[in-house]
Design a protein. Structure first.
Length: 314
């Protein structure tokens, strides 16, 4: 039985806990959060211990792995603490604030002979798994270009740290751009090679950007056009994949439709959830079995791509 500790008991932690409940090979033994009631809410269904300080949790509990769901600026510090104490780490995305922190986390894991993985989850949807096979088989020809539009009221119900660049690392690019790059890297087995961007915040005085337009090229040659808007308006999230002989459309991250031979057709989704598959991958990763966990190297590459977007602005 894999013994799991959870640090940070917010919304993502609850999704992890639900997935752990469904998996017979793992359980939660401890939960830490600065608000004890939040930790208790997750811990009670497992009979797990609760803490307000993860240092105490590490000292008093026997854990195989810890899931870190803290604000971005704490990812590196917390991950390295557990790694140095010989506890495997699964850190939520984005992996860290910058490439230097990613490198420190990877090196700390290696030097202590423990494992680290990142909570990027785009590969765990049927839509993206099916689309990857379509790209690989070239049944629609080569993938020429990708466009994505994502609109959401970005300032609605966000914690204060999320709106502070020094604590979050950035705004809509760091948050949703991490999902997009993770998805594109997984689908194409490539990384962001060239990019230019325009981003900013005309909504308020927050230090993060609420919108961005990004034009780039992946190392496989596919061009990408990304548009994120965080102002008031209807929610919209759609990614178009243009091939030589057809088009694929993903709405959100689950609904996949293909256009070929002059008509659209939907590809069936099994309904499996991303957290369920992520926890299954984590268990397999820790048990040394075949797995599809997101590696730290992949997480680092995503951060490197985000840094390129921020650096290469018009």
């Amino acid at each position: 039985m894999i013994k799991i500790g959870i640090v940070g008991a917010g919304i993502i932690a609850k999704a992890h806990a639900d997935a752990i409940q469904k998996n017979e090979e793992c359980t939660v033994v401890a939960v830490a959060d600065i608000v004890k009631e939040r930790a208790q809410e997750i811990a009670e269904s497992f009979g797990a211990m609760t803490f307000t300080d993860y240092h105490d949790m590490c000292r008093m509990c026997d854990m195989d792995v810890v899931i870190i769901n803290l604000p971005h600026y704490l990812h590196c510090e917390a991950a390295c603490f557990f790694l140095e104490n010989k506890v495997n780490v699964f850190v939520e995305k984005p992996m860290a604030m910058n490439v230097e922190e990613c490198d420190k986390m990877i090196e700390t894991a290696k030097s202590n002979r423990v494992k680290i993985a990142v909570g990027h989850v785009q590969q765990y949807t049927d839509a993206h798994r099916n689309l990857k096979e379509i790209i690989k088989s070239e049944e629609l020809g080569k993938l020429l270009r990708v466009t994505e539009v994502r609109n959401i009221n970005y300032f609605n119900n966000r914690p204060a740290w999320f709106l502070n660049k020094e604590l979050s690392g950035g705004g809509i690019v760091m948050n949703y751009g991490a999902h997009t790059l993770d998805k594109l890297y997984y689908l194409t087995d490539s990384t962001l090679e060239d990019v230019c961007s325009i981003y900013g915040n005309s909504m308020n005085q927050c230090s993060i950007e609420e919108g961005a337009q990004i034009l780039g090229r992946l190392s496989c040659g596919t061009s990408i056009s990304l548009s994120y808007t965080g102002s008031e308006g209807p929610y919209h999230y759609e990614t178009m994949f243009y091939f030589e002989k057809g088009v694929a459309k993903v709405i959100g991250s689950r609904i996949l439709s293909l256009y070929r031979d002059g008509k659209w057709c939907d590809i069936e989704d099994s309904g499996a959830t991303m957290p369920d598959r992520a926890i299954e991958a984590l268990v397999n990763f820790l048990k040394g079995r075949e797995h599809d966990i997101t590696t730290a190297e992949h997480g680092r590459a995503v951060i490197e791509g985000i840094n390129k977007i921020y650096k290469n602005t018009l």
